[in-house]
Design a binder for this molecule. Structure first.
Ligand SMILES: Nc1nc2c(ncn2[C@@H]2O[C@H](COP(=O)(O)OP(=O)(O)O)[C@@H](O)[C@H]2O)c(=O)[nH]1
Ligand SMILES: [Mg+2]
Length: 321
């Protein structure tokens, strides 16, 4: 039996949409299993069709509830859906992810919805390397749409904008969210803004505040400059009651059309793959540096730097050479 036979079989079954094979593959990716390379090789020709939609925002704004409502909407349109909840703040499957699972409960028995949570772990390349692979697995399993939920925490390890074709930034009234969002820089990443919990007081003022902030960041459009730039719309939702979800779906679809019409979809996807290749390369270099042989070399170089016979830049050159 070839060592890769199991993996080949697993990918074959995943590509037929078998949930257990999909789950197993994602676990292998998450654990940084040695078969990762073979998995990636087998997945490559099977991917590239899924629409990747990212949802980000502060904890508690309603990302999971909205994700679940969106999944229901896509299922109603007979689309196959993957859901990836990424929480870089949680060391393992922490409370937030547990909450996500509860929120996704209505899809638990639907074979057309794959749901997966990922938390930080010490594997090679971290979540930044694992998350795109998980998305590929969903894609290969025939998902038309992959919804990626991540906590927006500024410099988080996994920026949803680096994973998705279209990024939705969620806010909720009365949490000082828009101010926080501006600070965390997520006002720049939103292709669509969603003011959720519109059943609560202050939703309209949050929309106004947000509209003002978005307008501030805009350059005047030259009418001769071809396709007008995308102006991120603001959608109000009550995700817990499914209200506004169709508007959110439409806004995301409009953005997708814009990306296709301008050729930006391809540019975004390429930028994503560049980031992915770089992350893998950096992880590989780090792994090499931390090997035993290299550790001894670094120590020897460090002694020379300490003794003043070598500067650290030259030492780094030596190490790489
Ligand atoms: N009032 C109200 N509560 C909501 C709405 N959407 C979500 N929630 C509640 O807000 C809480 C946090 O939601 P969750 O989806 O877990 O937020 P996440 O941390 O951003 O994923 C839960 O108790 C939800 O039931 C909404 O539109 N209105
Ligand atoms: Mg959540």
């Amino acid at each position: 039996v070839r060592p890769s036979a199991d993996v080949d079989d697993l990918v074959e079954r995943a590509s037929r949409g078998e949930p257990r094979a999909v789950a197993r593959l994602i676990s292998l990716v998450e654990d940084g299993a040695p078969t990762l390379r073979r998995i990636a090789e087998l997945l490559s020709p099977l991917t590239g069709d899924a629409l990747v939609l990212g949802l980000t925002g502060a904890p508690g704004v309603g990302k999971s509830t909205t994700t679940s409502a969106l999944a229901a909407a896509y299922r109603a349109a007979d689309r196959r859906v993957g859901v990836l909840a990424v929480d870089p703040t949680s060391p393992f499957t922490g409370g937030a992810l547990l909450g996500d699972r509860v929120r996704m409960q209505e899809h638990a028995t639907d074979p057309g919805v794959f749901i997966r949570s990922m938390a930080s772990r010490g594997h090679l390349g971290g979540l930044a390397a694992a998350a795109p692979q998980a998305i590929r697995i969903f894609d290969a399993a025939g998902c038309d749409v992959v919804l990626v939920e991540t906590v927006g925490v500024g410099q988080s390890e996994v920026e949803v904008a680096a994973l998705a074709d279209t990024t939705v930034v969620l806010l909720a009234p009365g949490m000082g969210d828009s101010i926080q969002a501006a600070k965390a820089g997520i006002l720049e990443v939103g292709d669509v803004y969603c003011v959720n919990k519109a059943d609560r007081d202050g939703a309209d003022s949050t929309v106004r505040e947000l509209r003002g902030m978005l307008a501030l960041g805009r350059d005047a459009h030259d009418p001769d400059a071809g396709t007008p730039p995308w102006r991120a719309p603001i959608v109000k939702t009550v995700a817990s009651r499914g209200e506004g979800i169709e508007d959110l779906v439409s806004a995301m679809a409009a953005h997708h059309e814009h990306l296709e019409a301008t050729g930006e979809l391809r540019l975004r996807r390429r930028a994503r793959v560049i980031a992915e290749i770089e992350a893998l390369a950096v992880a590989a270099v780090r792994g090499e540096l931390q090997s035993k042989d290299q550790a001894e070399r670094v120590a020897a170089l460090a002694d020379q730097v300490l003794a003043g016979s070598l500067d650290p830049y030259r030492a780094a050159d030596d190490l790489r050479g």
